[in-house]
Design a protein around this ligand. Structure first.
Ligand SMILES: [Fe+2]
Ligand SMILES: [Fe+2]
Length: 235
């Protein structure tokens, strides 16, 4: 039924969001997420999620998701950096350097996708006039991101699959949290989505529809990290 309500309001043609789903497909993807078990999170992921709950509270607020998105870009930045260094070391082997460069592009795409999520959240928070503590929502996320960056690089150096696994846990958590947040806001089903970023991230028929797309993006990030866990070394 939702298909007929789309009225052209899909993300098709945009490059900010992943895929080109209809509103009905996004609704189905939400229920797929909610009916699927979460990954068994590793110790580092549990420490991270527990710390975030402790500092920002358990309720799923837009401000808390903004912090998540600030942190979400970090592994991709670290992998991009590691890949650049690897290219320097193998620059005499052109085809291998080229394959590593493809990893750089992949990391950049995901990073940009997270960046759109962040901008959309910032826009919403601004629009709602939500006041945020400078210490908790500006300073602390930068400290968390700095530590997370070091952890992501260190894990990559020890064993790349560990770094991908931590990110898969992070993305799985984000996917489930976004899809659950939508169920907690039935009014978002009829709240229109207007954004200065619509030409890049796509047009959505409601705020709920937008967040379903973001949740779907997070699942795609998770799946990519899971596939990298199986074949993690540059070769
Ligand atoms: Fe995200
Ligand atoms: Fe993500």
């Amino acid at each position: 039924m939702l298909d007929s309500l789309d009225g052209g309001a899909s993300s098709e043609g945009s490059h900010g969001a992943i895929g080109s789903l209809t509103a009905a497909q996004r609704l189905k993807e939400q229920s797929n997420t909610l009916n699927s078990a979460r990954r068994r999170y590793g110790i580092l992921a549990r420490i991270l999620f527990g710390s975030l709950d402790l500092v920002y509270g358990k309720p799923r607020t837009l401000s808390k998701f903004r912090v998540l998105e600030l942190v979400a870009r970090v592994p991709y930045q670290s992998w991009e950096q590691v890949a650049y260094i690897a290219i320097t070391h193998v620059s005499d082997r052109v085809s291998m350097a080229r394959r590593i460069h493809d990893r750089v592009l992949e990391a950049r795409q995901q990073q940009d996708n997270e960046q759109w999520h962040l901008l959309l959240l910032e826009e919403l928070i601004d629009g709602e006039g939500i006041k945020e503590s400078f210490l908790l929502y500006t300073v602390l996320p930068q400290i968390i991101s700095f530590i997370y960056y070091q952890v992501s690089v260190l894990l990559y150096v020890i064993r790349p699959s560990l770094s991908y696994r931590l990110n898969a846990d992070f993305e799985d958590h984000a996917e489930h949290e976004y899809m659950t947040m939508v169920t907690e806001h039935p009014d978002w089903e009829t709240r229109p989505f207007h954004s200065q970023f619509a030409s890049e991230y796509g047009h959505y028929q409601s705020l709920a529809d937008l967040f379903r797309q973001i949740g779907y993006d997070e699942r795609m990030h998770k799946l990519e990290s899971e596939s990298r866990m199986k074949e993690p070394r540059f070769r």
